[in-house]
Design a protein around this ligand. Sequence first.
Ligand SMILES: Cc1ncc(COP(=O)(O)O)c(C=O)c1O
Length: 396
Amino acid sequence: MNAPTRINSALDVRSQFPAIVNWHYLDSAATAQKPQAVIDAIAKAYAQDYATVHRGVYQRSSEMTGRYEDARAATSKVIGGKPDELIFTRGATEAINLVARTLPKNGRNRVLLSALEHHSNIVPWQLAGYEVDAVPLTPDGQIDLDAAEDMLTKEHRIVGFAHVSNVLGSILDAQRAAEIAHAKGALLLLDGCQAVPRVSVNIGKIGADFYAFSGHKLYGPTGIGALWGRSELLASMPPWQGGGAMIDSVSFERTTFADPPARFEAGTPHIVGAVGLHAAVDWVEKLSLDAIHEHECALVAEARAALSDMSGVTLYGPEDSAGIVSFNVDGVHAHDTATILDDAGVAVRAGHHCAQPLMRVLGVEATARASFAAHSDSSDIAALVRGIEQVKRIFG
Ligand SMILES: Cc1ncc(COP(=O)(O)O)c(C=O)c1O
């Protein structure tokens, strides 16, 4: 395995990631590695500061409650929202399920999704009894917003799109998507899982109604994520899980509920997860999402140029994708490609990426996917290219 060298990296943060020494980690779209600052914040929260939140009258608990609520403020700010509009969830999956299960349908029983959605933005709507329509893609793998405009009807309650595709890296024109949705009285839910770690997001500017994302893709811990929603919409939604912390008063005859966000956070929350996510948000903001985006765009350009120079490699997605490059070596299953790359010390994801409808559109069973992060550099791309050459040698 080759020791990482920094060739053209504008960001110099690799040494802050203890788990990727001598390893070319190109699977950040699945889950991001953690910088030392996040690991330290989690360790401190358990080793020094730990107590429950929102319940204890003793000082440690009240301080931990402060930290939990500070985390909410920081997490909402990273997408330009207000703290009382941000619900902590287990991740994007739970955030989208929450909306699908609790948003009053107001007589509209359809949702408009796209052909590139992650299963997390398909299955919750089906389980909640919605009829699903799927917008096709443009030839370069963008959601076709002209088609969306034509397909949207007054029966659609939600337009639900990935802000950045987890397979193709395509970046949605989210502002236009909001205008299209609102013109027909529908709401825009953005699946921001892949966007929040790689592009600067301002939900006010976009005009989104709901925004869902996961902490573990934003350099934070697993088990914590967020749903942001416009406050009047959250106020119209009933609770979906009952228990402690989400009530106003309880009797056997009648229970009344707390206002959002507490209404949607039943039970003891992931206290240390929130603290870790706060540290991740601070870490990302210190670097700046614009700088991370620029860095990842440069890496995507370099990777796409290198892979398209190789014969027998098919690339998917647009040239200007955000941090994600999907590819196949002709005649080789993506799993075989990923296995050989693993032997070469390069970790890529292979499979359908929880986007089976998109695989059908691409006409493949699976792709291999290299995804970048703030710590990635040219040495990762060089190792990827060497690994693919080895794949080609082995498969003739
Ligand atoms: C675009 C997109 N949406 C939703 C999800 C689901 O995220 P989680 O499993 O963290 O809830 C993912 C995870 O890969 C994703 O990439």
